[in-house]
Write a protein that binds this ligand. Structure first.
Ligand code: HEM
Length: 133
């Protein structure tokens, strides 16, 4: 959700003239904001390229800017399925990992494909190894 956010960019229309990060924005301009870019910004994240789930502990999240992490957008149009999506993903991961070890097939390329949502360009091919004896 941080390093490979499924919605890697989204847009907002400006209510009025403004200056954002030194750039002039006019009323009705479309401004693109990208979770992919912000989630990898070294000004906001320590060692941004490293997968480190522990960075989301309450202690380490306490001082993080609110919109440093926004895989579900923000404000009144924030994703309505946020909680459901996270619960579903965690349940599927836990139920699958209890039964199987998943190993990536060596040599198969894993590349992000930034179409409307971020997808693996060639799929992610894995072998499943039963944990049951
Ligand atoms: C990992 C899964 C998901 C991701 C990353 C995601 C991400 C997003 C994002 C970025 C937005 C735009 C928010 C904004 O512009 O501020 C959005 C909107 C929306 N999402 Fe999701 N979403 C996910 C799953 C779901 C699920 C499971 C549902 C429904 C059960 C859902 C329903 C919606 C709806 C209805 C909107 C439009 C909300 C509005 O415009 O008021 N999403 N989602």
């Amino acid at each position: 959700m941080r390093l490979f956010p499924p919605v890697w960019a989204t847009n907002r229309q400006a209510y009025g003239d403004d200056v954002v990060g030194g750039e002039r924005v006019r009323k009705d301009d479309t401004v693109t904001v990208s979770p992919w870019v912000t989630h990898r910004d070294p000004a906001l994240w320590e060692r941004p390229e490293v997968f480190d789930p522990e960075r989301f502990t309450p202690e380490r999240s306490a001082t993080r800017a609110e919109y440093a992490y926004f895989p579900f957008g923000g404000g009144p149009r924030r994703c309505i399925g946020n909680q459901f999506a996270m619960m579903e993903a965690q349940l599927i991961l836990a139920m699958t990992a209890q039964l199987f070890r998943l190993k990536p097939v060596p040599g198969h390329p894993v590349e992000p494909d930034p179409i409307l949502t971020l997808r693996p360009r060639h799929g992610i091919v894995m072998t499943l190894h039963s944990r049951a004896r």
